[in-house]
Design a protein around this ligand. Sequence first.
Ligand SMILES: O=C(O)CCC(=O)C(=O)O
Ligand SMILES: [Fe+2]
Length: 338
Amino acid sequence: MKYGVPSRKKEECTACNFDYQERTVLVLETTLLKSFYAWTTTRTIYHVSSFQDFVQRHREYKKMIMLNYPPLHKELYTMDAAKFFVPSFLKAINDNTEESFRSIMTESSPGVYTFEMLQPHFCELLLSEVDNFERWVHETKFRIMRPNTMNNYGAVLDDFGLETMLDKLMEDFICPISGVFFPEVGGSTLDSHHGFVVEYGMDRDVELGFHVDDSEVTLNVCLGEQFGGGDLFFRGVRCDKHVHSGTQSEEIFDYSHVPGRAVLHRGRHRHGARATTSGQRVNLLLWCRSSVFRELKKYKKEFSSWCGECQREKKERQRIAVGATKLELFKRLQKSTS
Ligand SMILES: O=C(O)CCC(=O)C(=O)O
Ligand SMILES: [Fe+2]
């Protein structure tokens, strides 16, 4: 079981790229600055002299890209809901009721919601912008950070100017939905994100191992294009303590991506992506986080009502307690009648 965390390999380390004094430090649980990766769930070794240094280096890295990278499709960088989203999604968001959200969603498996979201034209533009960015990276020989430890390809959209647009996407479009469907993991208080694309194909990443995301809620939308394979597989929601526990048959669920269609799930819903066997698949990922939820989780012990294994353990305790009570009553009854 892997934890999805941002890249930390030495050769990919931005701080090292900048030829910065290299010392290995343990970055412990830290509540993060908005718009930066949250390292809260995993202890991460990073090649920087201090966490503040890393934040500073990352700011410089982003600034350098922003100053030099010429965007291809400027219209992508500001939210334009009517052009980005399909009418059914827009209407559900505008109506803003549980009923309207349910009307467009399919809960294919408990806790995994899918719905039509992105216009084909928006998908095309975003794919072309990512291509353009990668061409620029190649030509300028700029070393970029990959989305996380699990990917060798793909790009962090937040790093080349799409952060504000993605923030709006999270706040105005995802938060209302996740507040209804994932309230117990801070779905209504999402306040930071990690936005990126993953790319699969014969000459790209092929598959993605079994993992949980460093997010409370994850939005995953297929942008295209033509591909075979690449199914997402889900294996139940787990807290830290139970992340490696077994899977119950009812937790097994496989999903085939459809361009423009979104999948929304808890970050702690264990999942992975099967091999893309032909063509190329590119998906937009938005790992949404709630600092309120993360803060509360530190202080409240009983905070994993959403974990499938915690629920099972609780039921088992209740079953044993009921059995013991029944036995006790039976014994008393026997005593009183003998
Ligand atoms: O390839 C996919 O659709 C899944 C991507 C994913 O789970 C992730 O990047 O966290
Ligand atoms: Fe994931």
